[in-house]
Design a protein around this ligand. Structure first.
Ligand SMILES: Nc1nc2c(ncn2[C@@H]2O[C@H](COP(=O)(O)OP(=O)(O)O)[C@@H](O)[C@H]2O)c(=O)[nH]1
Ligand SMILES: [Mg+2]
Length: 321
């Protein structure tokens, strides 16, 4: 089977075709055929991308399976990308054990896949960003599960429409980062394992206070995937967030995402110097809203590489040692 080069072909080939596409993305995300497909996905994609981040063991995969069940029951299709090394270690337990069993592996409306966690996740040259763009053209919702507190939060920001941060009951990490202002403020905060009682409730209050301290009003939900406490409330909150995201003009959303993805990729590859070069390049050539940021990235890197190589030459007349 060949790698599908259009969304129509991809839909015909089903999950097998999708797996081949993701493999092609991994091999060469800026190859012509891949870029054609990404441009098409970029033009038509309507799916909302949700980032779910938090430390290992906090309960992200367990929550994912609860969300998957609930959303599939309500008719939404869903793709899950786990960029979580611990999910790989545990032999592919990409969804939490309890509800994973209740999900049908043959369901065409649910796609679950783990990605190799690289040193960074936000860059366009990595698999994750193009994968989310592709999946958002095929599924109503795309969830990206990532591990970490700190750096990876701002990276997930670049590729997700909504960011959820999960915090352990009585865990100091998220709180400390939040108070210190290191942590970017997510759209929604979750305290997991609410069935543990008092520690979870205390953490919820502390998180609320930390947000207020920073002048941000972020909803904090305490949830349990065991007792399902807080789950309905979270589902409602997510629907509201998704609706309010969708109510913004599509062109605005797309321009913002394109900008964020392009800048993240260029900063990752070329640093601040690259960002300055990108700004000049954009002024000159402009951005075409019909083309994906990946296409722009390739054009930009080709432009950077266009200069004929020549050896460094010392300026004449200067003193020589
Ligand atoms: N008590 C309790 N344990 C939970 C809950 N959710 C997940 N866990 C447990 O926490 C551990 C890590 O869960 P997992 O979903 O794999 O976390 P991840 O590493 O963030 O994906 C597992 O042993 C789960 O059974 C919860 O709501 N309450
Ligand atoms: Mg996990």
């Amino acid at each position: 089977m060949t790698v599908p080069t259009s969304l129509a072909a991809l839909r015909r080939q089903g999950k097998g075709g999708l797996v081949r596409c993701l493999a092609a993305l991994e091999t060469d995300p800026l190859a012509d055929t891949v870029l054609d497909l990404l441009d098409e996905a970029w033009r038509v994609g309507e799916g909302v991308v949700i980032g779910l981040t938090g430390p290992p063991g906090v309960g992200k995969s367990s929550l994912l399976s609860v969300l998957a069940r609930a959303w599939r029951d309500r008719g939404s299709t869903l793709a899950v990308l786990a960029v979580d090394p611990s999910s790989r270690r545990t032999g592919g337990a990409l969804l939490g054990d309890r509800t994973r069993l209740a999900l049908d592996p043959g369901d065409p409306g649910l796609f679950v896949r783990s990605l190799a966690a690289r040193d960074r996740l936000g860059g366009l040259a990595d698999l994750c960003a193009p994968a989310t763009v592709l999946l958002a053209a095929l599924f109503d919702r795309v969830i990206v599960e990532t591990v970490g507190v700190g750096q990876s939060e701002s990276e997930i920001r670049d590729l997700a429409d909504l960011v959820l941060l999960a915090v352990q009951p009585a865990a100091g990490d998220g709180l400390q980062f939040m108070k210190a202002g290191i942590l970017e403020v997510p759209d929604l905060l979750l305290v997991t394992k609410a069935d543990l009682g008092e520690p979870a409730e205390r953490t919820r209050r502390e998180l609320e206070a930390a947000c207020l301290l920073r002048g941000e009003k972020v909803p904090v939900h305490a949830i349990s995937t065991v007792t399902r406490e807080g789950v309905e409330g979270l589902l409602r909150a997510l629907e509201e967030r998704i609706a309010s995201h969708r109510s913004r003009p599509r062109d605005t959303r797309r321009a913002e995402r394109s900008d964020a993805l392009l800048r993240a990729a260029v900063a990752g590859e070329f640093g601040r110097w690259g960002l300055r070069a990108l700004a000049r390049w954009r002024e000159e050539v402009g951005l075409d809203p019909a083309l994906s940021p990946f296409r722009h990235l390739r054009a930009f890197t080709e432009c950077l590489a266009g200069e004929r190589p020549r050896p460094p030459v010392a300026s004449t007349g200067g003193p020589r040692p």
